[in-house]
Design a protein around this ligand. Structure first.
Ligand code: ZN
Length: 137
């Protein structure tokens, strides 16, 4: 059984989510700075709401929370309410895919970065991804 009613739960989740987003976005900004990657805009008002966009290069960047977006890593093992989380993640995954396809149809490139990749020990992988995306035709 659920301890929180629906409204209360979504309130809690919203707080957790925005707090997480903030710190992961900060990490990505540090990554851009460290690698002298310029031209990004944050929270650019475009459909699909990417976390960052490079308008000139037409690149949309999303930082996906492992838990929320169903990354198969150790961040995603909730013990309670398995069914609830599974459904929620499935919805997010489906939406992520739709958004990616929407951008690609318009000729944009999409870079999706997992929250866990922003850890120091994984950051080299982000640079690889960035290079692969920004240099692809
Ligand atoms: Zn992950």
């Amino acid at each position: 059984m659920d301890v929180f009613d629906k409204a209360k739960r979504s309130d809690i989740m919203r707080k957790v989510k925005s707090k997480n987003n903030k710190s992961t976005e900060q990490k990505l900004i540090r990554f851009f700075n460290d690698n002298k990657i310029t031209g990004w805009r944050r929270n650019y008002p475009v459909k699909g709401r990417p976390d960052f966009v490079f308008v000139k290069e037409r690149i949309a960047v999303f930082v996906d929370g492992c838990f929320w977006h169903g990354h198969d890593c150790r961040n995603t093992k909730p013990s309670d309410n398995q069914e609830y989380w599974r459904k929620k993640r499935e919805r997010n995954i489906r939406r992520d895919k739709e958004v990616t396809e929407m951008f690609e149809r318009r000729g944009w490139k999409v870079l999706r970065i997992w929250e866990c990749e922003l850890k120091k020990k994984n950051i080299a992988a982000v640079l690889e991804k960035w290079r692969a995306t920004s240099q692809s035709e």
